[in-house]
Each structure stands twice: as structure tokens, then as C-alpha cells.
Design a protein around this ligand. Structure first.
Ligand SMILES: [Mg+2]
Length: 227
């Protein structure tokens, strides 16, 4: 069994982060009397995605991005609220929404019979821990590595070095990184010299500058790769 250790990303790989984010945004709008619309949500989503991308590239801190995404959103919509308060309420709502992607639970249950599963995530520690611990996949995992606890995040080499130091038996030839993000998961695996599998449910074009050892459109396609 070549890939004994499976290093899973969390959001949009096992958890339906888009669904959790949409419902958190809806809740936030209700709570703060802001207008909720699909366009408004997409605007927030864009502000958020852009800032996480900047974070992945090391151009801003997480503390900055968490509040800045709401500052930008309010600047565009023209609505009045405290971006700091919105962020706190948003994180609280997000922590309550552990929605798994189709097939994630069955996959983890099956894989845990013969593999060691770890969760590698760049999210906000308090939110991610609450979501993970309340989710039905939690018992199948041996450990969780949250960037905020470690002080480094994916795709940094230091983050993966920490994972290597923390997991006995983990080697570069017996582990597989599985994730949806090219800039954090796949770039991270490239930086760390680890094999990787790109979860690409939307069939996005494959970039030329990264090593991608496997590509899957649905989670169950992982089974023949690691079995
Ligand atoms: Mg992800």
C-alpha cells in the first residue's frame, strides 16, 4: 500500500464550505439587518476569495483578511455596519455549519479501515475545530493540523515540516496530499516534495506550473488510487 498516510484538506474537499458560508452569510444579514441577495453573497464571496488568495501568497495576515473582507464588502454595497463585529458573528455562524460534501463520510469511513487519515487546514482554528469535532468524519481521523495553531500555513514548507515532525512514520513516499486548492494544497505538496491528488469537481483547466500526480472529479475516485 503506497499511500498509507492520507493528508486531506478540509474546506471544499471534505466539507461543503460554499454551503456553510452561504448559510452563515444569510444568518449574518438577518442578524445585522443587511439585505441578503445572491449578488450580495457573490460579492462577499469574491472579496473573501481574493483575500485568502493574497494570504496564500504571503501578502497579508489572517487577522487583516478576516476583517478586511467585510470592510471591502461594506464599501461596495454601501451598507453600514462594523466590519469587526460582522467577522465575529460570521465566524460563530460558520462554526455551527458542518456540511459534508457528497460521498465524504462514506469515503473517510472506508479509507480509515486501512489508512491513517489527517486533516490539514488553513482555516481559523476555533471555527475549524468546532466544525470538525461536531462532524461525523471526526472519529476516522488520527490528527488535525490547523495553520493558526502551528504559526505556518499551507503551502509553506514549514507547515509540512511541522506535520512530518508530528506524525510518526510519515515519509515522502508513503503519503498523499488531497485537496481542491492549487495555491495551498497542490503548491504545498510541490513545496514539500509530497505526491498530491487534485480534487477538481468543476473540471477547471490544469495549470502548467505545478506537479499534479492525480486528478479526480468525484471523491470516490480516490479509492482505486490509494488501494
Ligand atoms: Mg480547500
Amino acid at each position: 500500500m503506497p499511500y498509507q498516510y492520507l493528508l486531506f484538506d478540509a474546506d471544499n474537499t471534505l466539507f461543503d464550505f460554499d454551503a456553510a458560508e452561504r448559510s452563515a452569510h444569510q444568518k449574518l444579514c438577518r442578524e445585522y439587518g443587511l439585505a441578503f441577495s445572491e449578488e450580495g453573497y457573490q460579492l462577499y464571496h469574491q472579496c473573501n476569495a481574493q483575500l485568502w488568495h493574497e494570504f496564500d501568497l504571503g501578502r497579508c495576515t489572517k487577522e487583516f483578511l478576516l476583517v478586511e473582507r467585510f470592510r471591502r464588502y461594506l464599501a461596495i454595497t454601501g451598507e453600514k455596519a462594523d466590519p469587526q463585529a460582522l467577522n465575529i458573528a460570521h465566524l460563530r455562524a460558520l462554526g455551527e455549519g458542518a456540511v459534508l460534501l457528497p460521498g465524504a463520510l462514506a469515503l473517510c469511513r472506508r479509507l480509515a479501515e486501512r489508512h491513517r487519515l489527517y486533516l490539514l487546514t488553513n482555516a481559523v482554528a476555533s471555527v475549524q475545530r468546532r466544525r470538525f469535532e461536531s462532524s461525523p468524519i471526526a472519529p476516522f481521523f488520527q490528527g488535525v493540523f490547523i495553520s493558526e495553531d502551528i504559526g505556518w500555513g499551507k503551502p509553506s514548507r514549514e507547515y509540512f515540516d511541522y506535520v512530518f515532525r508530528s506524525v510518526p512514520g510519515l515519509e515522502r513516499d508513503n503519503a498523499l496530499v488531497i485537496g481542491d486548492s492549487l495555491s495551498s494544497d497542490i503548491q504545498g505538496a510541490n513545496n514539500a516534495g509530497l505526491p498530491c491528488c487534485w480534487f477538481n469537481p468543476r473540471g477547471l483547466p490544469r495549470p502548467g506550473h505545478l506537479r499534479i500526480d492525480y486528478e479526480i472529479r468525484a471523491l470516490e475516485e480516490l479509492l482505486p488510487i490509494v488501494s
